[in-house]
Design a protein around this ligand. Structure first.
Ligand SMILES: [Fe+2]
Length: 190
């Protein structure tokens, strides 16, 4: 079970409406390398990963990715709040408005809806952990691209925090790869 804390893991400070940036941030809300993909990937893979330590890691990181998804959602919401339809259309969010008004929806920056085809679970811990490490690197570089698209100090600060967490997750998955590998080898030969 989960216990919900009614506060964000990291604050979202947004100065003004910025539809252009909101559109780009959808990359992390419902794109292939989004926080949503990460959360569902890890929370789904954890059942078949061997060792309680690795299961715990996938649960912890998957849970944190949900918190990051919430941060991205809050950013998009704040950046689009109260925007007139004409402005949404000018920013390339006209199609979004037609289908969702100002509600959030998991699609990427180009409007392509999220799909479970973005993620995998092979039941092979080595394959799964390599996917997880790659996904952290892809999320990191997506944050770096997003940071280059804005000069809003509040947005940059939050995106830098999220980028840093991807680096930490990558390192934790790298450690898991080692101890899961050792565990599998020990089962093979003894
Ligand atoms: Fe991550």
């Amino acid at each position: 079970m989960w216990v919900y804390e009614k506060r964000l893991e990291y604050p979202v400070r947004v100065e003004r409406t910025d539809l252009r940036m909101a559109k780009y941030l959808f990359a992390q809300y419902g794109g292939p390398d989004s926080e949503l993909s990460a959360a569902v990937r890890y929370l789904n893979q954890r059942y078949t990963i061997p060792t309680n330590r690795a299961k715990g890691l996938l649960t912890d990181i998957g849970t944190e990715e949900m918190a990051h998804w919430e941060i991205i959602g809050t950013m998009i919401y704040k950046l689009t709040q109260g925007a007139p339809v004409e402005e949404l259309e000018k920013a390339g969010l006209g199609a979004h408005f037609v289908e969702h008004d100002r509600a959030l929806f998991p699609h990427d920056a180009a409007g392509v809806p999220w799909t479970a085809a973005y993620i995998q679970a092979h039941g092979d811990p080595i394959a799964d952990l390599h996917e997880d490490m790659a996904s952290e690197q892809k999320a990191r570089v997506t944050y770096e691209h997003l940071i280059r698209m804005t000069d809003d100090p509040g947005i940059i600060d939050t995106l830098r925090f999220l980028r840093e967490r991807e680096v930490v997750h990558f390192q934790r998955f790298g450690e898991a790869l080692n101890y899961v590998h050792e565990y599998m080898e020990s089962r093979k030969y003894y």
